[in-house]
Design a protein around this ligand. Structure first.
Ligand code: ADP
Length: 261
């Protein structure tokens, strides 16, 4: 069943060149989809249109049976509780502890006052501790986030998204600031979120090899257009070249080394 559907999504930031042009695709519930493409291709714009962090210029996005662009205040808030978001630079409050940051994922369910006073139920706290444990952060639970490594910060980001009880997680370059070991841990967790919890994962990245390894499906974007949409095993060197243009030579060499090892 389609959870997310984009129809002819077009976004102009200025009058001339669109950042996204007539983008259409659907994502099934529980699917793990990577959006790949060079810098400036429109990957981040695409993700941000889905939860209305930015507005479309044309086209339509539906999520879980509702048309996203038509939602007003309360319903938009409800939509955002169903969509967790993970960022390259984590977007944590550094001076707060891990548990406090994770509980922030519950704010969408609360009145502003209850949120501001940090009122969370026992059940919410227990759920947060459970998720922190799954992400291997039990020893860090009362540490301030500015004392964590990048990989640990990103795991806090995943935990914060999960306490929302989301149907989908959008990940905007989640591993771009991490070393390969930390990146692997994050990707393994995201894959688990999809496989074990049935949560749909849509992740932006520029690393083809990582996308090939983890995804059920890959969407390749170049200059705001979808130029590939298919299974990882169907992505050919020629298609990689369509997606990455002049950057592709280097990427194909990377791929060759990976396949050879
Ligand atoms: P990617 O995530 O693939 O690197 P982006 O979605 O960030 O690509 O950017 C797509 C295009 O839109 C780029 O040409 C970028 O310069 C432009 N763009 C992104 N954000 C803005 C903005 N806030 N204002 C104007 N142009 C923007």
């Amino acid at each position: 069943m389609a959870l997310l559907e984009l129809k002819n999504v077009t976004k102009y930031y200025n009058g001339t060149t669109p950042a996204l042009a007539e983008v259409s695709f659907t994502v099934r519930e529980g699917e793990f989809v990577s959006v790949i493409g060079p810098s400036g291709a429109g990957k981040s714009t695409l993700l941000r249109c889905i939860n209305r962090m930015i507005e479309l210029s044309r086209g339509e996005i539906s999520f879980d049976g509702v048309i996203v662009s038509k939602l007003r205040k309360r319903d938009l808030r409800k939509l955002r509780t169903k969509i967790g978001m993970i960022f390259q630079h984590y977007n944590l409050v550094d001076r707060l502890t891990v548990i406090e940051n994770v509980l922030h994922g519950r704010l969408g369910y609360k009145s502003t006052l209850a949120g501001a006073l940090g009122r969370y139920s026992r059940e919410e706290k227990n759920q947060a501790y459970r998720i922190i444990k799954i992400l291997g952060l039990t020893d860090q639970v009362y540490k301030r986030c500015d004392q964590l490594s990048g990989g640990q910060k990103q795991r806090v980001g995943i935990a914060r998204a999960l306490v929302q009880n989301p149907k989908m997680i959008l990940c905007d370059e989640p591993i771009a600031s991490l070393d390969p070991n930390a990146a692997k841990i994050i990707m393994d967790h995201l894959r688990l979120v999809s496989t074990e919890l049935g949560i749909t994962v849509l992740v932006n990245m520029h690393q083809v090899d990582v996308a090939l390894k983890y995804s059920d499906r890959i969407i390749g974007v170049n200059k705001g257009k979808v130029v590939f949409d298919g299974l990882p095993e169907d992505l050919t060197a020629e298609q990689i070249s369509d997606i990455y243009g002049s950057e592709s030579g280097e990427l194909i060499i990377d791929l060759g080394e990976k396949n050879a090892s």
